[in-house]
Design a protein around this ligand. Structure first.
Ligand SMILES: C[S@@+](CC[C@H](N)C(=O)[O-])C[C@H]1O[C@@H](n2cnc3c(N)ncnc32)[C@H](O)[C@@H]1O
Length: 354
């Protein structure tokens, strides 16, 4: 089987970049900030807050959301320290922030846009977070925001026309049980590797904060907002193939390494791993809804920032741009359907290493 390319976001700070089109992902960090701070206050032992404190963001992309994630954590740790010791954290604690993503991530943009006035030292940590990327016990709080839906590869057989697992759709719709199982098996193995690797790298008692979205139990991907838009991306690729602009065979064998777990699956994976205590598993409801500014253009632009580099790697940049022009048109036609679709669950999961 061919290897799956690293799925990175569109880099830079231009109009198509992830940096400029990722407010959807940032809103969850903001909406869950208070609950996250409460969890840090209640579940992080004061003994762990001493002279050097490590924070690591896995799947950080090129900013700016990662800066929000790490600053929220640092604020919460400093607050706890100040309240419980009466001391000024600035006099006693130095923070080191480790920014992890694939080697091909745009780390230049990330480091050039580090917030001025920050009170932390920064390092880049390249490599897949499904492997060990840091020495043992090297950080105290880790965070992952919207990066747990990417599997390390497309499961075996899915892109092979002769296999019983061949999937003509560009994602796991959830309707074909054999395809769903192949994706779930890949996901289980990936998340186990991730939890095992972080358990080595975290100090005992350290926290992992997971933010992202999953499916409600029993809901199929194709019934969700995200699944409908992915189907529109697939339909747009087929339109381009019909026009002779890309090869139909390549479209038929194109599938994404994406899996959106059901809530129950996610809970089970974590519990079976056994290396952490689940301190919180919260459904984060946003006061103005998940999409206060949603329109077809915003939708096409945000999906382009996430999917654009991956599609370009397969079909070239011109085809990718045409796909997202079509996505905007189709999203406009199907907008009422999209608005009514199941949104899934946006979660904050707090794990404490045993
Ligand atoms: C949707 S972006 C989220 C970025 C950022 N956390 C945020 O909140 O905006 C997902 C990020 O995860 C990264 N990613 C996906 N799989 C990864 C892996 N196996 N190892 C490291 N990074 C990964 C991608 O490169 C991308 O930057």
């Amino acid at each position: 089987m061919s290897t799956t390319p690293q799925w990175i976001m569109i880099g830079g700070e231009g109009p198509e970049s992830y940096n400029k089109n990722s407010s959807y992902q940032r809103r969850l960090l903001e909406a869950a900030k208070e609950k996250m701070s409460e969890a840090i206050t209640a579940k992080l032992s004061l003994d762990l807050i001493s002279d050097r404190f490590g924070v690591a963001d896995f799947g950080c992309a090129s900013g700016p959301n990662t800066f929000v994630a790490v600053q929220n954590i640092i604020d919460a740790v400093e607050d706890k320290y100040r309240k419980e010791t009466g001391l000024n954290p600035a006099d006693n604690i130095e923070f080191q922030v480790l920014f992890n993503d694939f080697t091909t991530n745009d780390f230049n943009t990330l480091f050039q846009s580090l917030p001025p006035g920050r009170r932390y030292y920064s390092s880049g940590v390249p490599g897949s977070f499904y492997n060990r990327v840091l020495p043992k016990e090297s950080f105290h709080i880790g965070v992952i925001n919207y990066a747990l839906n990417f599997t390390s590869k497309v499961p075996e057989g899915i892109t092979d026309r002769d296999s019983p697992l061949w999937n003509k759709d560009i994602h796991c719709t959830g309707f074909n049980q054999a395809v769903k199982k192949a994706y779930l098996d890949q996901y289980l193995s990936d998340i186990k590797n991730l939890l095992d690797a972080r358990a080595e790298e975290l100090v005992p008692g350290g926290l992992m904060l997971l933010f992202g979205s999953c499916l409600q139990d029993g809901v199929k991907m194709s019934e969700t907002f995200m699944g409908i838009v992915l189907d529109i991306v697939g339909a747009s690729l087929n339109d381009l193939a019909q026009l002779g602009l890309i090869d139909q065979k390549e479209v038929d064998s194109f599938t994404t390494p994406l899996y959106f777990a059901e809530e129950g699956e996610l809970r089970q994976i974590i519990e079976e791993n056994g290396k952490y205590t689940v301190e919180a598993f919260e459904d984060i409801i946003q006061p103005n809804g998940e999409f206060p500014y949603l329109d077809p253009k915003i939708l096409a632009d945000s999906f382009k920032a996430i999917f654009g580099a991956f599609l370009s790697a397969h079909f070239g940049i011109d085809a990718m741009r045409k796909v997202f022009e079509l996505v905007e048109v189709k999203a406009r036609e199907e907008f009422s359907h999209i608005r009514k679709a199941n949104l899934g669950m946006q979660y904050l999961i707090v794990l404490r290493k045993n």
